[in-house]
Design a protein around this ligand. Structure first.
Ligand code: NDP
Length: 477
C-alpha cells in the first residue's frame, strides 16, 4: 500500500495569544523578576517567541513567604469541599483555554499539535478534575482521619511535558491543602505562565500558587529554601541526585521522578501489527522525550526479522516537520543541546557496531529535528542500550527465552516502566512480577490516567504521582 499524500493542515498560531513579554507570578500578581530575562524560542524555527522575566534567589524567598502566608492564612484551613471548587474551576478553565494552551505548548516545546491537543492538555485538565474529587475525601484515602498537609511545596519540572508535569505537581499539592512555588524548565516556561493567568481567573487566593521562571540555580535555591517542606522534582537522574544530596538531613519530604531506559518486550505469539503500533507509540511519542519511553525493544529472536521489517515500514510512514501541522507525527527536538546529545549517542551506536536505520523522511533545514532511527544488532554493553537518549531513537535487542527477556529487561540502573506483548495472560502476569519497573503495560504502551500511580525504582527515583498513592507525597503521614 502506498503512503497517502497529505495537504498541509496547519493550526493557526494566533490561537496561542502569544505576548511579547511574560513575567513571574508571585502572590497572585505578575511581577518583575530580578533575574536576567530569558528569550524562549520556537525549536521548530529557532525564532524568538517571547522574552520571559526570571526570578533571582531573593525572588525565591519572596515567593516562598507568599506561599507560607497563603498556607497559614487561607489554604490549609479551608474545608476540602471549598478547595475542591477551585480545582474544578481550574480544570474547566484549562478545558476552555485548551486550544490556546495546545498551540502555545507546541510552539514553545516543539511537540506535534495533535499530541498537545489530544494528550497533554486534556490529561492536565483530567489531573485537576481527579484531584478536585479527592479534596473533600482525604479522610477516606487510607491515611487515617483528617490527614494534614505538609506546608509549602517547592516543585521543579522539566521541558518534555511542561503543562502536564505542572498539573501532576500542582493538582495533588492543592487538593491536600499545600501551597506551591513551581519552577518551570528554562526552555518551556510559557504554558506555566498562562496557567498563572488561569489561577487569577479562578480567583485562587493570592500566594497559593507561585510560578518562578529561571535556570537551574533558581531550582536549587527553591528546593534548598529553609521554609519549603516538600520537594517534588521531575528531570534528569543527575539533578535528582544533586537535590537528594542538597536536602539530606533536613525534614523535607521528597519525591523524585527521574530518567528511564524502559524495555518493551515482544514475544513470538504477540499480534505483530498491534505490537508495531505500540512500539512506535512507545518510542516516537513526543520525539522520544519521555522518561518512560520504550527505548529498548526486546524481541524474541524467531520473529525479530519479520517484526523489524514491519517496524521500518511503519516508521518510514511517520511524518516529521511543522509541529503546528495537524498531520505531523514527529515534531522538533526541544533544544540545540538536546539535539547534540542525541547525535552524540547515535554516533556512539555507530562506533560500537550497531546497525543504524534512519527513516528516509525529509528533515527541515531550519530548527532542531532528528529523523526517527532504529538501531538493530544492539548489545547490552553499548551506550545506546544503557543510557537515556531522550530522542526518537530505538535500540533493538533480541532474546530466546522468557528468562533471558527478564534478565535483559532488568539489566539497567533505571526502573520506571516496561511493556509486554504476548497473547498469554499467564505470561503477562509472570513477567509483570519479574520486571523491576514502576509501571508495566501489557499489549499497550504510554497509557496515563490520573487515577494510576506513576513512579520508579532505583535510579528512576522514588515516590508515586497520581492515584490515591500519590496523595501520600503531600500529606504528613
Ligand atoms: P534537568 O534535570 O537539568 O532539568 C529539569 C529541571 O530541573 C529544569 O527545570 C532545570 O532547570 C532544573 N534544574 C537544573 N539544575 C537544577 C538544580 N541543581 N537544582 C534544582 N533544579 C535544577 O534536565 P535537562 O533539561 O538538562 O535534560 C538533561 C537530560 O535529562 C535529558 O537529556 C534527559 O536524558 C533527561 N531528562 C529526563 C526527564 C524525565 O522526565 N525523566 C525530563 C527532562 C530531562 P533548567 O530548565 O533551567 O535547566
Amino acid at each position: 500500500m502506498g503512503i497517502f499524500e497529505y495537504a498541509p493542515a496547519p493550526e493557526s498560531r494566533d490561537l496561542a495569544n502569544l505576548k511579547p513579554q511574560y513575567r513571574p507570578f508571585v502572590n497572585g500578581e505578575f511581577v518583575d523578576g530580578s533575574g536576567e530575562p530569558l528569550k524562549t524560542i520556537n525549536p521548530a524555527t529557532e525564532e524568538v517567541l517571547a522574552e520571559v522575566g526570571t526570578a533571582s534567589v531573593s525572588d525565591v524567598d519572596v515567593a516562598v513567604k507568599a506561599a507560607r502566608k497563603a498556607y497559614n492564612g487561607v489554604w490549609a484551613k479551608m474545608p476540602g469541599s471549598e478547595r475542591a471548587k477551585y480545582l474544578f474551576r481550574i480544570a474547566r478553565l484549562i478545558q476552555e483555554r485548551s486550544r490556546e494552551l495546545a498551540v502555545l505548548e507546541s510552539l514553545d516545546n516543539g511537540k506535534p499539535i495533535k499530541e498537545s491537543r489530544d494528550s497533554d492538555v486534556p490529561t492536565a485538565a483530567a489531573h485537576f478534575f481527579y484531584h478536585a474529587g479527592w479534596a473533600d475525601k482525604l479522610d477516606y484515602a487510607g491515611y487515617g482521619p483528617n490527614p494534614k498537609p505538609l506546608g509549602v511545596a517547592g516543585q521543579v519540572i522539566p521541558w518534555n511535558f511542561p503543562l502536564l508535569m505542572l498539573a501532576w505537581k500542582i493538582a495533588p499539592a492543592l487538593a491536600t491543602g499545600n501551597t506551591v512555588v513551581l519552577k518551570p524548565a528554562e526552555t518551556t516556561p510559557l504554558t506555566a505562565l498562562v496557567f498563572a493567568e488561569i489561577c487569577q481567573q479562578a480567583e485562587l487566593p493570592p500566594g497559593v500558587v507561585n510560578i518562578l521562571p529561571g535556570a537551574g540555580d533558581i531550582g536549587a535555591a527553591l528546593v534548598g529554601h529553609g521554609d519549603v517542606n516538600k520537594v517534588a522534582f521531575t528531570g534528569s537522574t543527575e539533578v535528582g541526585k544533586a537535590i537528594q544530596r542538597q536536602i539530606a538531613g533536613t525534614a523535607k519530604k521528597l519525591t523524585l521522578e527521574l530518567g528511564g531506559k524502559a524495555a518493551n518486550v515482544v514475544f513470538d505469539d504477540a499480534p505483530l501489527d498491534q505490537a508495531v503500533e505500540g512500539i512506535v507509540n512507545g518510542i516516537f511519542f513526543n520525539q522520544g522525550h519521555v522518561c518512560c519511553a520504550g527505548s529498548r525493544l526486546l524481541v524474541q529472536e524467531s520473529i525479530a526479522e519479520e517484526l523489524l521489517e514491519k517496524l521500518r515500514y511503519r516508521v518510514s510512514t511517520l511524518r516529521l516537520g511543522d509541529p503546528l501541522d495537524k498531520n505531523t507525527d514527529i515534531g522538533a527536538i526541544n533544544s540545540a543541546e538536546q539535539l547534540a546529545k542525541i547525535k552524540g549517542l547515535v554516533e556512539s551506536g555507530d562506533a560500537e557496531g550497531a546497525e543504524r536505520w534512519t527513516s528516509p523522511c525529509p528533515v527541515p533545514e531550519r530548527g532542531f529535528f532528528f529523523a526517527p532511527t532504529v538501531f538493530s544488532d544492539v548489545q547490552q554493553s553499548m551506550r545506546i542500550a544503557r543510557e537515556e537518549i531522550f530522542g526518537p531513537v530505538l535500540s533493538v535487542l533480541t532474546f530466546r527465552t522468557p528468562d533471558e527477556a527478564v534478565t535483559k529487561a532488568n539489566n539497567t540502573p533505571y526502573g520506571l516502566s516496561a511493556g509486554i506483548w504476548t497473547e498469554k495472560g499467564s505470561r503477562i502476569l509472570w513477567m509483570a512480577n519479574q520486571l523491576r519497573a514502576g509501571v508495566v503495560w501489557a499489549n499497550t504502551f504510554n497509557r496515563f490516567d490520573p487515577a494510576a500511580p506513576f513512579g520508579g525504582y532505583q535510579e528512576s527515583g522514588f515516590g508515586r504521582e497520581g492515584g490515591r498513592t500519590g496523595l501520600e507525597a503531600y500529606l504528613d503521614v
